[in-house]
Each structure stands twice: as structure tokens, then as C-alpha cells.
Design a protein around this ligand. Structure first.
Ligand SMILES: [Zn+2]
Length: 218
């Protein structure tokens, strides 16, 4: 099993696909966001640095991220494949990622690009509502994901809220940034023959079927 990378705009359903892959192939999901949150709890020099950087809303220095990614991917459970998430975010990081993999003797495998209509993403993001108590996620723009009673969590009765950046303007900014940053990454991996496009407009299980077909009998 080779490693897997997703390139997907916000709210494209990347997390769902990562979970399906983990269940089917029993490989770890390596999220740089999770790694950073974990390390920020440690009372060490690097832990404190990451904690303060995240708390102030800044980005952690690339060298730190590289080191953490290398350490995590060096662990045994990554030998038989893994899903990398949240990294690389731009072309420079992609080059560095290739170097890291080479250094620790791992192969880059599938780079899945989740293609999805912008309008669909817009609807998903602006309709998203979250329960503060049990963290259930709803969508008031999707018939089958609406809460039964307006603004109330079906599971626990919590009062649903909308995340501050789940608005149209913030989505547009994030989406344009995504296109700009990922275009060179896609081109880079396309040259290596590693890019696989998935139709993200389909249902989650149909998208997963596309993935299984590509990965094949491995
Ligand atoms: Zn709830």
C-alpha cells in the first residue's frame, strides 16, 4: 500500500474519505493539525512555541512542521502506507515533503484531487451548523442533514451555532487561496504521474468507490 495525499478545497469531504480509507486499509491518518495540537500540550521548548503560535493565530514555522512530519512518518505504523492531511500546503512544502520521504525511505503514492463545484461548496459551508455540546454537524441547506427542529441538536438538544468563518466572504477567500496554492502542487505531482482526479460532486460512498478502483487490489 502506497501513501495517500488529498488535495481538496474546504468542506469537500476529505475527512469522510480519509475515514473510509482508514477503515478499509487500516493505515494511519497523519494530520499535521493533530500533530501540532498534540505537541502544543507538551511543556517543552517546541511545545510552548507551537502553543503560543497557534494561540495567536499564526502559522508554525516550516522547519518545525518538517521536523514533526519527519518524526511522525518515521514511526513503524507508516511503513505500510498512511494518509497525509494538511500538508504539503504549497509548492515549497511539496518539494520538502518529497525530500523527507526519500530520506526515510518511503514512497509517495496516490495524490487524490477532490474536484467539486464551487457552488456546492458554498452551500455546504454557509449551511453548516454545529452543536457546541456533542459536536454533531448539521447542514440547513441539505434536506437529509437538517436538524428536526430549527437550531436544536437532534441528539442532545444543544443550541446549534454557525462557525464564524463559515460565511460566504470567508469561503471565497479560502477557496481562492486554495486554488492559488494548490495549482503548482498539482502540476508538480502530475509530472510524476501521481495525480488522480475524483469527482467530489458524487455521494461519499461513490467517491470512495472511485478510490478503491484506483488503489485496486493492493
Ligand atoms: Zn448535540
Amino acid at each position: 500500500m502506497k501513501s495517500i495525499m488529498f488535495i481538496a478545497p474546504p468542506a469537500a469531504g476529505k475527512g469522510t474519505q480519509a475515514e473510509l480509507i482508514m477503515d478499509q486499509y487500516h493505515i494511519p491518518h497523519i494530520s499535521t493539525g493533530d500533530i501540532l495540537r498534540e505537541i502544543s500540550k507538551e511543556d517543552t521548548e517546541i511545545g510552548n512555541y507551537v502553543y503560543e503560535t497557534l494561540a495567536s493565530g499564526n502559522l508554525v514555522k516550516d522547519e518545525i512542521t518538517y521536523k514533526l512530519v519527519e518524526n511522525r512518518l518515521s514511526k513503524k505504523d507508516c511503513k505500510n502506507g498512511f494518509i497525509i492531511d494538511g500538508f504539503p500546503r504549497n509548492y515549497e512544502q511539496a518539494l520538502k515533503y518529497d525530500e523527507i520521504l526519500k530520506k526515510i525511505n518511503l514512497k509517495l503514492g496516490y495524490v487524490f484531487v477532490l474536484d467539486i463545484d464551487e457552488k456546492r461548496l458554498e452551500k455546504r459551508i454557509t449551511g453548516r451548523r454545529i452543536c457546541p455540546d456533542c459536536h454533531a454537524v448539521y447542514n440547513i441547506n441539505e434536506e437529509n442533514q437538517k436538524p428536526k427542529i430549527d437550531s436544536i441538536c437532534d441528539d442532545c438538544g444543544g443550541k446549534l451555532y454557525q462557525r464564524k468563518d463559515d460565511n460566504l466572504e470567508s469561503f471565497q477567500t479560502r477557496y481562492q487561496m486554495y486554488l492559488k496554492k494548490t495549482a503548482p502542487i498539482i502540476e508538480h505531482y502530475d509530472k510524476k504521474g501521481l495525480i488522480y482526479h475524483l469527482d467530489g460532486n458524487k455521494k461519499p460512498n461513490e467517491i470512495f468507490d472511485q478510490i478503491i478502483k484506483i488503489i485496486g487490489g493492493e
